[in-house]
Design a protein around this ligand. Structure first.
Ligand code: NDP
Length: 254
């Protein structure tokens, strides 16, 4: 612990931003192989539910373990609230989301390992930053940046969960095909669940005001906007009656 580790976390954050940008470029050529783009070419196929739970679990457990070790900043209230937001998202993603999804397309081993490594790395980055280094002035929880960021995080999470709920209910039990999603933010964008997730992490970054949280938000934007673009094109090719005015991922803009 100390200035050297703080500098290392900063370097890791720039690496995460670069990784996100490079991934977005690569993903223009090869869609991330899971869900509708799942393929045996990327390794053994794992059941989707188990893969989601296991790959996301480190982003829940690593920050909790780091906070439990008692870093120098974790006693402060803003740090606890912000770490709580991160942990709450991953408690849902690792423990509840996998139980809710209908057993969809299996996840290739390669995708599972990439997601697992990302969750270990990012769990460490956000957990360590908020437990040990992020410092906030007195009254930060009443600062407009915190309040606006927190509202963005909350609204984003609500949109993400609501949109995933709409997608899940498109299929009757036993069905595996795809339908046009309707309602909620799907009236505006093809990737409504991804829009929610992007808004969530930009809100979190504003509330945290750390380079680590900004890196995570940018990485999410790069990766999920390219997945949303692929879904959008896929829908346009598959459904003749797909709503023509629907944007890709950012309502009214993109
Ligand atoms: P998708 O939208 O590709 O799929 C979500 C679920 O809905 C899958 O079970 C899928 O089934 C089903 N589904 C999707 N579209 C349709 C349709 N048109 N008709 C019927 N069923 C459909 O989302 P992802 O799996 O990529 O992501 C799931 C969650 O994880 C999202 O909330 C996302 O934001 C989050 N995530 C976050 C990342 C991050 O960087 N922070 C990275 C990746 C995901 P099937 O599996 O059969 O396709």
């Amino acid at each position: 612990e100390g200035p050297e580790e703080q500098r290392l976390l900063e370097l890791f954050s720039y690496a995460l931003m670069a990784l996100g940008a490079v991934s977005a470029l690569l993903l223009c050529f090869i869609p991330m192989p899971y869900g509708r783009y799942s393929s045996r070419r990327f390794g053994w196929l794992l059941p989707a539910r188990a893969a989601w739970a296991l790959q996301e679990l480190p982003s829940l457990l690593v920050p909790i373990a780091l906070a439990a070790c008692g870093g120098t900043a974790i006693a402060a209230q803003p740090n606890r609230v912000l770490l709580g937001c991160f942990v709450l998202h991953y408690a849902h993603r690792a423990l509840i989301f996998p139980l809710l999804i209908r057993e969809g397309k299996p996840t290739p081993f390669f995708t599972f390992v990439l997601a697992l490594l990302f969750c270990v790395f990012n769990g460490y980055l956000q957990g360590r930053s908020l437990s040990n280094y992020a410092m906030y002035p007195p009254g930060w929880l009443k600062d407009p940046r915190f309040i606006a960021g927190f509202m963005g995080w909350l609204l984003g999470m609500a949109i993400n969960i609501h949109s995933d709920h709409i997608l899940r209910n498109l299929r009757k039990p036993g069905e595996t095909g795809y339908k046009i999603p309707r309602g909620g933010m799907f009236e505006y964008v093809s990737g409504a669940n991804f829009f929610g997730e992007i808004l969530e992490w930009f809100g979190f970054a504003l509330a945290c005001c750390t380079i680590e949280s900004l890196a995570f938000a940018l990485c999410t934007l790069f990766i999920l906007s390219s997945r949303a673009k692929q879904h959008h094109q896929w829908y346009l090719e598959k459904f003749e009656d797909y709503p023509k005015d629907r944007k890709i991922v950012i309502p009214f803009l993109y």
